[in-house]
Design a protein. Sequence first.
Length: 372
Amino acid sequence: MKKRAPFRYDYVGSFLRPERLKDARKAFEAGTLSAAGLKEVEDQEITALVEKQKKAGYPVITDGEFRRAYWHLDFMWGLHGIQHIELDHGYYFHGEETTHGSAIVIGKISGENHPFVDHFRFVKQFEDEHTVAKQTIPSPAQTLVELFRGDNEKITRAVYPDTEELIRDLAAAYRTVIRDLYDAGCRNIQLDDCTWGMLVDKGYWKSREGSGATLEGDASRYLRANNLALEGLPADLTVTTHICRGNYHSSYACSGPYDDIADFVFAGEHVDALYLEFDDERSGSFAPLAKVSPDKKVVLGLITTKNPKLEDKAEVIRRIHEAEKYIPLDRLYLSPQCGFASCEIGNRLTEEEQWAKLSLVKEIAKEVWKDC
């Protein structure tokens, strides 16, 4: 059996889109390139990306999310009962508004024949004795957030007046997709989840004043949705989660330490590892890591993808040993704090700078851990 994720030096999964791929997508949207033509470009660019990942010496390969416009919405649109919609506004990040895509419920949700399964099969063919393919998908909780976003809630309630029924159907849909990915050979699934970053943000709770919502109520609901989707997994399937506070064109959405959600996700989510954002002061201290259950590993996201400046190696190593006060070093790993292009617009750095970041991650990991 191949090594299990996470790896001492790792990454979240999305990569900057090459200009050729961006041009092909624009041509497809303009009607001047066929779906087959777009797929051909995607296939070629993903093949080149995997070669670069292997050349960089990483034990995990991904498609860089090159077939997606968004890290989360494209997956949601692939579920039966969910439809693509464009709103009149995006999310309001600090300093920038996102593009306007969203997802609404148009019928009962299920997960058969999800397009991401074929997307995974394409990457799977490149696995070798040194690498394992990873599939990233948004968490069930993240899908719930989108379905209750603003006016989407009225549409959702028309189909699912009972939230518990929605959670059960959504979890069942995820289990179907996860089973199909497993049958396609996937052994490494990562759930990307901004809900926890949202729940620790003071500005978010100010916007919810008067709604009757509570942190405990929301966190319990999101944890239940995620864990219900992860019931009955095969023993040799690794499922991890990545927690983020927003990553769009190098801007962010939320701030706040992990303290208030640690008892929920750190202690109670049924995943094998946590990829955690720790690249700046917005994430708080390492102290909440004491709440991580002993069956979980933690990937420290100490290298930022939001700007090209390379971190000081000695400072990163110091911070790894600071985290070691709360979790043994043998349960700690290293990665960038997020992907390089959570949406196709990408962050504000070049491809060369992207690979320099990953080279630094690997260099530091090899110095800290002698088993990699």
